[in-house]
Write a protein that binds this ligand. Structure first.
Ligand SMILES: *Cc1c(COP(=O)(O)O)cnc(C)c1O
Length: 416
């Protein structure tokens, strides 16, 4: 916030040049609406601020895996960080370059490893010695010699929500630094695997540049030390994690500041920098557009029951996350305290609580802001609700990039 690509004009909230009312009319609600310009400019922001150091940006697919978003980023030259075989399938379907794909995650199956090897992805970011064993076996059987990074767990507190912190020893992610050191020392014995890089990812929604500075210092030091003894580490991948502002008064962490800090630290080290930004590319670039079904006064507060729910956007229920609620029709009327809730049969089904909003009633449209990351990707069919449509806006045009699910879709693959 504030959202440059979602301006009010003529009393109406827009995405770029398109009034959101036009999208609701054409596609119905709930619907996710993304700004292509915002996505592209965030990616370019990284590229620009890192121009002076050799680097690779691997967009983290799990933040928003819509084919249209992946295609847009791929066309800009982005690589991809995937965490499942399904995400690789999406990247390939969207025309992404497999050579620019890195595969992270603690639980890659043999089948997923084989699928990724068949498609000759760029590197495997491995998280345990057992995973290395399995990867070595599968790679040997295919005469492949994949590039590997060990994902180390730097034991650094990301100072973020506990569910999205990943860099402490107590978390399931990564390999402890001392174990990683001994694995790299024995790199030769892991042939045909090639240990070419080092990676980490300490968590998400991180504002504190000092935290990044600490990680980056530790990773540079570790890679240098390992290269002195045995390794041939060329790339250091620092993962994703840069925060976006979810509250009206809160700015996003600056991509430019972060990029400059990284450039300065990497310049002259001889290491390539890898980054896996997700949220900071797409978070601010999307809203969930929803319509008020009922206004329901209850004692001192008012419930606005809307057609979007926790199955469409889980973040408020899952992390007690805050999303700003923007009335699509700008109205200077007196404000009322509202809870914005969905139709799902759970008291945890809310999109926002205790928000001062101008009077809203049946049929009015609301935009749930900053819903581009970890929004649609976490959607489910809970309560047998078809998943929402997705729309990509660019300038004065918009495209439906995913149609709303139908009732038939709800029972696909089932038998009585
Ligand atoms: C989720 C994830 C990311 C992206 O994190 P953001 O906070 O969305 O930037 C990057 N790398 C890995 C390994 C991840 O699991």
């Amino acid at each position: 916030m504030p959202l440059q690509e979602f301006p009010y004009a003529q009393g109406q909230l827009h995405c770029e040049g398109i009034p959101l009312t036009a999208i609701a009319e054409a596609v119905d609600t709930p619907v996710y609406v993304y700004s292509a310009t915002a996505i592209r400019s965030n990616l370019r922001g990284y590229a620009r601020s890192l121009a002076t150091v050799p680097h690779e940006i691997r967009y983290s697919v799990k933040a928003n895996s819509s084919l249209a978003v992946l295609a847009l980023l791929g066309a800009e030259g982005s690589g991809f960080d995937i965490v499942s075989g399904g995400e690789l399938f999406r990247v390939l379907r969207a025309g992404g370059d497999p050579a620019k794909v890195v595969f992270s995650g603690v639980g890659k199956t043999r089948d997923e490893l084989r699928y990724a090897l068949e498609n000759e992805i760029g590197a495997f970011h491995c998280e345990s010695s057992q995973e290395l064993d399995v990867l070595r076996a599968v790679a040997s059987s295919m005469n492949a010699s994949p590039a590997v990074a060990l994902r180390v767990n730097p034991d650094i507190d990301a100072k973020t929500h506990p569910y999205i912190a990943t860099g402490l020893r107590e978390h399931k992610f990564g390999i402890a630094v001392d174990e990683a050191e001994s694995l790299y020392r024995d790199a030769g014995s892991w042939a045909p695997l090639r240990f070419t890089s080092l990676s980490c990812h300490i968590g998400s929604q991180i504002f504190d540049m000092q935290v990044f500075q600490e990680v980056l210092g530790q990773m540079l030091e570790l890679a240098t030390k390992l290269n002195r003894s045995a390794g041939r580490i060329c790339t250091i991948d620092l993962g994703g994690g840069l925060a976006v502002g979810y509250r009206a008064e809160e700015s996003s962490a600056s991509i430019k500041t972060y990029g400059r800090m990284l450039s300065e630290a990497f310049r002259g080290t001889g290491f390539r920098l890898g980054l896996e930004p997700g949220r900071s590319i797409v978070g601010q670039a999307g809203v969930l557009l929803t319509r008020v079904l009922y206004r329901k006064p209850a004692g001192r507060k008012t419930f606005l029951v809307v057609d979007g729910a926790m199955n469409d956007l889980l973040r408020p229920a899952l992390y007690a996350a805050h999303h700003e609620i923007l009335p699509v029709r700008q109205d200077g009327g007196p404000q009322v305290a509202c809870d914005i809730v969905g139709p799902v049969c759970e008291s945890g089904d809310f999109l926002a609580t205790n928000r001062a909003l101008p009077p809203c009633d049946r049929g009015d449209l609301l935009a749930v802001a900053t819903a581009g990351a970890y929004g649609f990707v976490q959607a489910s069919n809970y309560n047998s609700r078809p998943r929402a449509a997705e729309v990509l806006v660019e300038g004065d045009t918009f495209r439906i990039v995913r149609v709303r699910e139908t009732r038939e879709d709800l029972v696909r693959g089932e038998t009585v």
